[in-house]
Design a protein around this ligand. Structure first.
Ligand code: RTP
Ligand code: MG
Length: 139
């Protein structure tokens, strides 16, 4: 069990002005920020990041959305980070997310759901390395 996860604040939450309150929530929930930046994915890079969903019907829409505006990318550290963070963000569909979760509070829709959270330790490492070089993170 690793103690790091990777997250993005997605374009809808950025556009709707929720980035600050979401980062504040990460810190209040006990996550240490070990890497953080604002960036924007090209369609090509968004497609690469979500390549696992290539065959899904929503893939084109997802790639279009994730490249539609700036995002925040971050690596967060806390005990049992991947699982605890998925609980904090809530279900993929905000309509099904528990009260008080980040998606319940700030997501727009199933497709535009405010935040990403890695789904395994292995993917947390791959995704963190996708965005951050060694010099861009706390070792
Ligand atoms: P994420 O990877 O972004 O943290 O989300 P997740 O694990 O909760 O959900 P996942 O199944 O990995 O889906 C990735 C993202 O694709 C979009 N999606 N759209 N329109 C749809 O039916 C649909 N289903 C999924 C969402 O943005 C979801 O977060
Ligand atoms: Mg996922």
């Amino acid at each position: 069990m690793s103690n790091r996860t990777f997250t993005m604040i997605k374009p809808d939450a950025m556009k709707n002005g929720h980035a600050g309150v979401i980062i504040d929530r990460f810190i209040k929930e006990g996550y240490k920020i070990v890497a953080l930046k604002v960036t924007r994915l090209s369609a090509e890079k968004a497609g690469e990041f979500y390549a696992i969903h290539k065959e899904r019907p929503f893939y084109g829409e997802l790639v279009q959305f994730m490249s539609s505006g700036p995002i925040v990318a971050a690596i967060l550290e806390k005990e049992n980070a991947v699982a605890s963070f998925r609980e904090l963000i809530g279900a993929t569909d905000p309509a099904k997310a528990a009260e008080g979760t980040i998606r319940k509070l700030y997501a727009t829709s199933l497709g535009e759901n405010a935040v990403h959270g890695s789904d395994s330790d292995e993917n947390a490492k791959i995704e963190g390395d996708f965005f951050f070089s060694g010099l861009e993170r706390v070792l």
